[in-house]
Design a protein around this ligand. Structure first.
Ligand code: PLP
Length: 392
């Protein structure tokens, strides 16, 4: 069995499974997901709102039975995710895309019951198709002009200047409101309760005339409801106040907020290198397995490790690609690292495996599930064929 890089850390005593599992592997922690779902269930119970999973952030069919018990369905960014939601999750399927490809709306009418559009013109263009499917609820995404995204600056702010998302205020009188059921707004990213409440109150204050024309308001994703410090009591109060002011149904569609801190990426130290600093090369890579580390950018947490210099042994951790910038971060450990040590990155369920790639022929991590009794199951392993297939 491999050693865990920091087995002296008491938290690691519950990570025996990580010494044994083949790496690299993304591992969903079922107990953690269940804890997250309890909070979603409470928000639903207290407010009567609906909560959808945004599959953009997390699309793991093996977890859907668990999530389906609590959530009302999924929200998709286009045809393929809508089909995944319908086939694998069931319940309601909502879909929003900033633009639809030719024929996509026709195909979506067989997959989704709620289709959202980005502009009055898009709705007008598709009204003939939609009229032939009277069961389909029509949504319009508005750009509320409310910025709160807590990471990445404009990169993750749907209301950043010149954003392509949502009908701007000056176009809203052109929306055929009689044909619209849902007013949609997605403006947050990893936002705390103040952000969620701020958005809800902003819409109430500035878009009330439009809210009164619909049956449902969808406040999008980015509500970081399971991040420590997020006060769901305040969110509940804000949704209740909004519902009683306008008499509408409310939908939330978080992705990250449902699966934050609900799993790991387990990696192995392949080798050590020295170039003025100590460097450890892993079988996991920022470029291919944790693209957000480079895109946001941020430094993911490792169980038992600390910031550089805090513990006795500091290393730069990098991937085995030949991309110079494939650096995960710099960390310190109690013990020196050695080849074969396991390193456990936390919070690796959101925007991780859904975004990975086979750049440089780097093997894709396995997908695995850690059960509540600490047994684990490999859902899928990947090999050369997965790399080769996409090259035509
Ligand atoms: C990305 C996205 C979500 C989910 O966002 P999270 O930050 O993962 O909660 C919800 N709705 C829309 C329209 C999105 O684009």
């Amino acid at each position: 069995m491999a050693a865990l890089a920091q087995y002296s850390d008491t938290r690691l005593q519950s990570f025996d499974w990580a010494r044994d599992i083949a790496t690299p592997a993304y591992v969903l922690d079922v107990a953690a997901l269940k804890r997250n779902l309890v909070r979603a269930a409470e928000i639903k119970r207290e407010t009567g709102c609906k909560i959808l999973l945004a599959t953009k952030a997390f699309a793991l069919p093996a977890a859907f039975p668990l999530m389906r018990d609590v959530l009302d369905g999924t929200t998709a960014s286009g045809e393929y995710e809508a089909r995944l939601g319908r086939d694998e999750f069931g319940k309601e399927v909502h879909v929003y895309s900033p633009a639809y490809a030719p024929g996509e709306i026709e195909r979506l009418t067989g997959l989704a019951q709620h289709i959202y559009f980005n502009s009055p013109e898009q709705i007008a263009k598709n009204l003939p198709v939609l009229k032939a499917h009277p069961g389909i609820k029509v949504g319009v995404r508005i750009n509320p002009g409310y910025s709160n995204a807590t990471l990445g600056g404009a990169l993750y702010d749907p209301c950043a200047p010149y954003s392509r998302f949502g009908a701007t205020r000056d176009t809203l009188d052109r929306v055929p409101w009689d044909a619209v059921d849902i007013l949609h707004t997605h403006a947050l990213c990893e936002s705390d309760d103040a952000g969620s409440i701020g958005l809800i109150e902003h819409v109430a204050r500035n878009f009330g005339d439009y809210v009164r024309r619909v049956k449902t308001v969808n406040f999008g994703g980015g509500h970081f409801i399971n991040k420590p410090g997020y006060n769901i009591g305040k969110l509940i109060a804000a949704i209740k106040a909004f519902r009683s002011a306008f008499g509408v149904e409310v939908i939330l569609e978080p992705g990250a907020g449902l699966v934050v801190d609900a799993g790991y990426l387990v990696a192995t130290v392949l080798d050590l290198h020295r170039n003025e600093k100590d460097i450890a090369i892993l079988d996991a890579s920022a470029s291919t397995h944790m693209p957000d580390v480079l895109e946001v950018p941020y430094t993911p947490a490792i169980i038992g490790a600390d910031a550089p210099g805090k513990k006795a042994h500091t290393y730069i951790l990098g991937g085995k690609t030949c991309m110079t910038g494939d650096i995960i971060g710099e960390y310190s450990f109690d013990q020196p690292l050695k080849p074969g040590d396991r390193v456990i990155f936390t919070d690796m369920m959101q925007y991780s495996f859904v975004k990975n790639n086979t750049f440089n022929g780097v093997p894709l991590p396995d997908l695995a599930i850690l059960n509540e009794d600490q047994s684990y199951k490999i859902l899928r392993s990947f090999g050369y064929d997965d790399f080769r297939y996409r090259l035509g």
